[in-house]
Design a protein around this ligand. Structure first.
Ligand code: GLY
Length: 423
């Protein structure tokens, strides 16, 4: 089978690593990819949002399946264009993708269909948004409506911080993604990331993990796309997984289909386990990053049949996926200044050493010079991942590898998995 994988981050490197292990694979083409992904397939310089270019690349490489990694490609309408070209695709249409591309759409969607989530207000005007803060208690949650690469969310302890976030968002910090601001009720509890696959009709749970969204240890600092993950997390009891599946994932798939946009691909249900049960924080219309990295390490089953079944409407024919009993941990090594103003260009040493068969270093934001030097080219640079008999062992292996990598000026959190260890 020929597969075209779209994307260039750590999530897509993890997908490429896993797809490349499939006995069903004949050829893996990756666009635009990154230097780490070159070990698993042919990297072609077509941007994830270049819909025309990607459809042409899928035709040229006789792709039997296109796998969409990032939300930007969903929003650009890649699945729609591939559908018109009759090329099987793992990833939702633009219409279904609104579940991530508009926070306001999702909140209204939850309201229409009775999905549990926090109260909210949508505003286009700063004065109106600031007045709306009266309806909420601190901490205030202020979000850009559109896609902002994980940086459009502010959890403000004070009203002054919330008002500054409103001014920032509506003032153009996120471009058109910040044309509207969503103010949300702060949900108290433990946060979780659950993944479900859907083929337009049938759906299955496809793993879960816990992420650390704040930049610094102890859940301090600004929100990021995610600084590290672990799986399994003790939060995910069988009862909670069943509640998230039956109260959030399944109803979302049924409702989006009823609205004329059957969902094909991975849905990332980010929820808060509150005292009143799981409540939706956000839907994302793709695998999580860096949640995907730990899921791929733990997935024992071949990934390719699940990706293909989503595209072909045959998910009901597959057995449930098998997960390794071992724990997986991912530590994100980030560039100096991330997430506000990442400094790029630092020369990285040691990332491509042999760390043994339990450690994998995924590239998230790297580039390679003609002389082979690896450089930081993004905010999140490397994802150092490890498997271990339990969380303690996996964590030790990941941090041992981190200590052997030099990312000048960079930083990482040293407390990934603390919630599980504190139990
Ligand atoms: N790790 C959170 C995200 O992928 O949005």
């Amino acid at each position: 089978m020929n597969i075209l994988l779209v994307g260039s981050g750590g999530r897509e490197h993890a997908l490429a690593w896993k797809i490349a292990q499939s006995p069903l694979l004949s050829r893996l083409v990756i666009a635009p990819g990154n230097p780490g992904m070159a070990a698993h397939g042919e990297v072609r310089p077509v941007k994830a949002t270049d819909v025309e270019g990607l459809v042409a690349l899928a035709r040229e490489t006789a792709a039997d399946l296109v796998v969409i990694g990032p939300e930007a490609a969903v929003e650009a309408g890649l699945a729609d264009a591939l559908g018109e070209a009759q090329i099987p695709c793992f990833g939702p249409t633009r219409q279904a993708g609104q579940l991530e591309s508009s926070k306001a759409f999702t909140k209204a969607f939850c309201e229409r269909h009775g999905l549990p989530t926090g109260a909210y207000v949508v505003c286009e005007d700063a004065a109106e948004a600031k007045a709306a803060l009266d309806r909420f208690q601190p901490p205030y949650v202020v979000k850009a409506d559109g896609l902002a690469a994980g940086k459009g969310v502010t959890v403000a302890k004070t009203r002054a911080e919330a008002e500054a976030a409103i001014d920032d968002t509506l003032g153009g910090r996120f471009g058109s993604a910040g044309a509207r601001v969503v103010i949300e009720e702060f949900l108290d509890g433990e946060i979780g990331s659950l993944f479900a696959l859907c083929d337009g009709e049938h759906a299955i749970v496809f793993g879960h993990a816990q992420d650390h969204k704040r930049a610094y240890d102890g859940e301090q600092g600004p929100n990021t796309g995610g600084m590290g993950t672990y799986s399994p997390a003790p939060l995910f009891t069988a009862e909670l997984v069943e509640r998230v599946r039956s109260e959030l994932a399944e109803p979302a798939f049924a409702a989006i289909a009823a609205e004329g946009a059957p969902y094909r691909g991975a849905l990332f249900v980010e929820f808060m386990a509150t005292r009143d049960g799981p409540k939706l924080v956000e839907f994302n219309v793709r695998f999580g990053d860096p949640e995907c990295q730990v899921l791929m390490l733990r997935l024992e089953s071949d990934l390719v049949p699940y990706l293909m079944a989503c595209a072909e409407g045959e998910l009901d024919r597959l057995p449930p996926p098998v997960w390794r009993e071992e724990s997986a941990v991912c530590v994100v090594m980030a560039a100096e200044g991330y997430p506000e103003k990442p400094v790029t260009g630092a020369a990285i040493a040691g990332a491509e050493a042999d760390f043994g068969d339990k450690v994998v270093v995924f590239h998230a934001g790297t580039s390679r010079d003609a002389d082979g030097t690896l450089r930081a080219s993004g905010g999140r640079v490397l994802n150092v991942c490890a498997l271990g008999g339990d969380l303690v062992e996996a964590r030790k292996a990941a941090y041992d590898a981190v200590s052997r990598i030099d990312l000048p000026g960079g930083f990482h959190r040293t407390d990934i998995g603390w919630r599980a260890l504190a139990r």
